[in-house]
Design a binder for this molecule. Structure first.
Ligand SMILES: NC(=O)c1ccc[n+]([C@@H]2O[C@H](COP(=O)([O-])OP(=O)(O)OC[C@H]3O[C@@H](n4cnc5c(N)ncnc54)[C@H](O)[C@@H]3O)[C@@H](O)[C@H]2O)c1
Length: 267
């Protein structure tokens, strides 16, 4: 997709990769419907945009609220006239505990935002996207969506569901005008832990140098370039690319490798 003059909906636009996606989309000449449930940070994103260049609309909304999501297309159409792409980027992690210690409340919260919210967005916008000459659905999964990370098993399950859903959409929409991409970020430098209401302390014996993170702006750049190339799979960061390779080559070895590396997080 060439973003010039396209209308793109971005969820999770108030922080991290979502904010960077908005700013870079605007720089590429797109019009953006920016969605987040955090009104304060969403307004901060909008304030960073030079609105004389492109049009940006602001939508305060919880993607896990099915009724609110069903009403969103109308709001976007009334702001922009049509919609060409959606980037389902909003997401949260789970508390860093084993499944045995994870409450059903926390489990439902993660699935409601990461999977059902993304699915509701997709179903709300797909009928409109099918009417456009060149449309795109982009769903943000995670490296944890193909590789198990201890202490994030339900988060991983929600992101694996996003992966398969998106690949299924790709197969179903192959002969339409709607392109489909799934994004697998590795470790990216954002506030996702605090934004998810999760407390995490790096154990003392962990060397922060072993846990390099990618800048959110660089991550957004890789994502947008992947969309411009109509890539189905977009791997973000050398960790995601390497672990994808390793997991395909030797899944059990890769699982044990990450389990050992992340062992300290579980206490
Ligand atoms: N940061 C990482 O290392 C990493 C790695 C892999 C995948 N991801 C995924 O990338 C996406 C973006 O993450 P990020 O790191 O930029 O996080 P972030 O916390 O910086 O940004 C996420 C934004 O989504 C918003 N949000 C959360 N739940 C919402 C809801 N129910 N409705 C509307 N808005 C909501 C938050 O308010 C926040 O502004 C997420 O889907 C995340 O799972 C992140």
């Amino acid at each position: 997709m060439n973003f010039k003059n396209k209308v793109v909906v971005v969820t999770g636009a108030g922080s991290g990769m979502g904010r960077e996606l908005v700013l870079q989309l605007i720089a590429k000449g797109a019009h953006v419907a920016a969605v987040d449930f955090n009104e304060t940070t969403l307004k901060e994103t909008v304030a960073l945009v030079n609105s004389s260049i492109s049009k940006i609309s602001l939508h305060v909304l919880n993607v896990a609220d099915t009724e609110a999501v069903a009403a969103l297309p109308e709001a976007v159409i009334s702001a922009h006239g049509h919609v060409d792409a959606i980037i389902n980027n909003a997401g949260i992690i789970q508390p860093f505990v084993r499944v045995n210690d994870l409450s059903f409340e926390a489990i439902h919260k993660v699935m409601d935002v990461n999977f059902f919210g993304l699915l509701a967005m997709t179903k709300a916008f797909l009928p409109l996207l099918l009417k456009r000459p060149d449309a795109h659905i982009i769903n943000v999964s995670s490296m944890g969506g193909f590789l198990p990370v201890p202490g994030q098993s339900v988060y991983g399950a929600s992101k694996a569901a996003v992966k398969l859903l998106t690949e299924g959409l790709y197969a179903e929409l192959r002969e339409t005008n709607v392109r489909v991409s799934v994004v697998f970020p590795g470790a990216i430098n954002t506030n996702i832990t605090a934004n998810s209401g999760v407390h995490m302390e790096l154990p003392k014996d962990m060397n922060p140098k072993d846990y390099k993170t990618l800048d959110a702006g660089k991550a957004a750049q890789i994502i947008l370039e992947g969309i411009e190339r109509n890539q189905l799979h977009i791997y973000v960061g050398s960790d995601s690319k390497f672990m994808n390779f390793l997991y395909r080559l030797a899944p059990t070895f890769a699982t044990n490798f990450i389990a050992k590396k992340m062992r300290g997080l579980l206490g």
